[in-house]
Design a protein. Structure first.
Length: 244
């Protein structure tokens, strides 16, 4: 009997939250993972914690908004089976359009849209035809809120980019996971001491009866990586948020 092929998954944004949960899941399945981020110290801390899940972990420092960094990243990773991108710089992007901070909007666009395109450009040549690239959009594209117009626009654009890349890069598969509200460290910055109350109020509204956990999103990424007949698709993992 042939042994299982050990896959190599690159998780850009893997030092925390949804990306970290995915990295842990990949290691637990006996595969290899490279977690990528901009902060070497955070990557080192995440690697130390993740080594309990399996030995096959590597780290790489890269900013996806810089093409030279993305090119170096994939020149140094070796063959890659799957790439997942959760990283984004949304600092200052949640603002009413009347006080739009253009540099903040450009950082969001550079990391989430152009960064995704650069990853596709430089990752695809390292990947087998059975591989996949998965982006992360979000509920803001479907349930925008005041102060979130740029975030909503970027999430929607990312889904269109994935659809086009699914054709351009075929048979390599390109998909999107669209999370709803997920209890990750980013909420500490968004809501501070009000985090529990805000997440609890949303949980009461959701058909699923709770907000998401990072592991919920990790399972969705794994499902898209595993199913070779899904491409150009948005997988909603939002607890029914689109319907409320």
């Amino acid at each position: 009997m042939s042994s299982k092929h050990e896959e190599h998954v690159v998780v850009i944004g893997g030092s925390s939250g949804m990306g970290y949960a995915l990295a842990a899941s990949v290691l637990a399945a006996g595969d290899r993972v490279t977690i990528v981020g901009r902060d070497a110290a955070r990557l080192a801390a995440a690697r130390k914690q993740l080594q309990a899940d399996g030995p096959g972990i590597a780290t790489a420092v890269a900013d996806v908004s810089e093409e030279s960094a993305v090119e170096r990243l994939f020149a140094g990773t070796g063959p890659v089976d799957h790439v997942v991108i959760t990283a984004v710089d949304a600092t200052g992007a949640y603002q009413h359009v009347s006080v739009l901070d253009l540099p903040a909007a450009r950082r969001l666009i550079d990391t989430k849209i152009l960064g995704a395109a650069l990853v596709a450009k430089h990752a695809a040549p390292t990947m087998p035809s059975t591989g996949s690239i998965t982006f992360t959009s979000g509920i803001a594209a479907y349930r925008p809120a005041p102060g979130g117009s740029i975030v909503a626009a970027v999430n929607g654009a990312l889904e269109s980019l994935a659809a086009a890349l699914a054709l351009e890069l075929a048979p390599l598969r390109v998909n999107v996971v669209s999370p709803g509200w997920v209890d990750t460290p980013v909420w500490d910055a968004i809501a501070g001491d009000g985090k529990a109350a805000r997440l609890g109020a949303m949980a009461d509204r959701l058909p699923a009866g709770r907000v998401g956990a990072p592991q919920d999103i990790a399972q969705a990424f794994r499902a898209l990586m595993a199913n070779g007949f899904i491409t150009g698709t948005v997988l909603h993992v939002d607890g029914g948020h689109r319907f409320i």
